[in-house]
Design a protein around this ligand. Structure first.
Ligand SMILES: [Zn+2]
Ligand SMILES: [Zn+2]
Length: 275
């Protein structure tokens, strides 16, 4: 079964990732305005009204800004936690359809499964997602302040992961943000640094993972080259040269196919036993 994804927006300007697999199409976050979101879907060759659901990770504007208007305009249901629903102010709106999803739960649309994973971030009830079609899985985690056990466990079985690499600590400390905001970003419920991602890639990546996308880079507190270098050095230390690393630009990426490396590994095991 094939699984592929395409980042439509990344960073403080708005986050959204399109995922297709198992006969379903879903959006993870809708942090772009509804018109821009529709345009980017159309340039990906997708009719916005053909989406099966929009999963909203948390209520911050760069993830939820366009969700309500997009859902109303295109008749696409939202899926989100009760905390996000309340904090985003969606309770007062007339949504075409809205489904509550709690951390640890999985929603299955045809043969595409989306699992909600709780993450530590300063929002009401924020989530990461693991999207699976058959034996292939893709992990998607944007805003989180530290690498929680639950997230690392969920990502260990993924064939591809997208994770935020938000800031370089020295750039953040010396940068223009007020100290209160710096403290928030650096704190356990803020964002992941390039070094945090390095630790995940060095120690927490599953054997089957072959692709890493670094996302949600801060324009003021990071450089794409620094994020990429930290990730590649970490993979080098772990002896994982087979893992490809890509950066999500603010305007997104092209389609990225998730390869079924676990299935390939299993087949190889079978062949080994034959001899
Ligand atoms: Zn956030
Ligand atoms: Zn964010």
């Amino acid at each position: 079964m094939t699984l592929r994804f395409r980042v439509l927006g990344s960073g403080s300007g708005g986050n959204a990732t399109l995922v297709e697999g198992g006969g379903a199409l879903v959006l993870l976050d809708a942090g772009l305005g509804p018109r821009q979101l529709a345009e980017r879907l159309q340039s990906a060759g997708v009719d916005p009204g053909a989406l099966d659901a929009v999963f909203v990770s948390h209520e911050h504007g760069d993830h939820a800004r366009g969700a309500l208007a997009f859902s109303v305009k295109w008749g696409v249901p939202l899926a989100l936690t009760r905390g996000t629903f309340r904090a985003a102010g969606f309770a007062a709106a007339k949504l075409p359809a809205c489904e509550e999803i709690a951390p640890g739960e999985t929603r299955t649309i045809r043969k595409l499964a989306v699992r909600a994973v709780a993450v530590p971030h300063d929002a009401a009830s924020p989530l990461a997602f693991v999207v699976s079609a058959g034996a292939v899985s893709f992990g998607h985690a944007t805003d989180l302040g530290h690498l929680s056990r639950g997230l690392v466990d969920a990502f260990r079985r993924c064939d591809a992961v997208l994770v935020e690499s938000n800031y370089d600590p020295a750039m953040l400390r010396d940068g223009p943000y007020p100290w209160s905001l710096k403290e928030r970003i650096l704190g356990p419920f803020g964002h992941l640094s390039n070094g945090d991602v390095g630790r995940l890639l060095e120690k927490g990546l599953g054997e089957t993972c072959r692709q890493v996308v670094l996302a949600h880079l801060s324009r003021k507190n990071n450089h794409p080259e620094l994020a990429l270098q930290a990730a590649e050095e970490a993979l080098g230390r772990a002896g994982r040269r087979e893992v490809e690393v890509a950066l999500a630009a603010p305007e997104g990426t092209g389609w990225i196919a998730v390869r079924a490396s676990r299935a390939v590994a299993r087949r190889r095991d079978g062949q080994m036993r034959l001899f």
